[in-house]
Write a protein of this length. Sequence first.
Length: 195
Amino acid sequence: MLSLVLAGALAAATTLDDAERAFAAFQDADDAARRAPSARRLRARDAKAGEALARLEAADAAGIGPEDVRALETMRRALARSGGTDDALSASIYELFGHAAEAIPFEGESLDRLSILGRLAAEPDPKRRKRLFLALSGVWESVAGRRGGASPFAQLVASRREAWARDPAGSPFEGKAREWGLEPAELERWLVRVL
């Protein structure tokens, strides 16, 4: 009987160790994706999240102590809160946009985006207005990417579309249409008409 209890405890510990290793690998991948988002890093993060979630779900709390049970629950909560790859990419886009929008060089000055837009509205000289407008190029490139380069926003849209395609409920837009008693195609027609 004692050997069965010990075998069960050893199996639970091994499962817990596996879960902890998988969670640590997820954290490493998550950190890498947040520091420098790229499609490859975001896919690696998602894969590690899936592995960690599977290990955490497989971990049996029956044969482990209360501290280990708390550790499992903490890892599960952290993984649930971590969000998706969109979180890292969205944060990166907002950060790049914020940096670009707060210090725009123009004729020896450093202006923010709203100051440029305010001056655009009041500038009578068309050539200076054009230079003001083009000074904003760093702001739009922070979202759309440089001409011919990768667009962080396009990556975000593609990532969300892929996630929605895998979700049986579909996109949030389809969910909202159903919530309002509409078919998604009907809501889309309404929105196109509004444009």
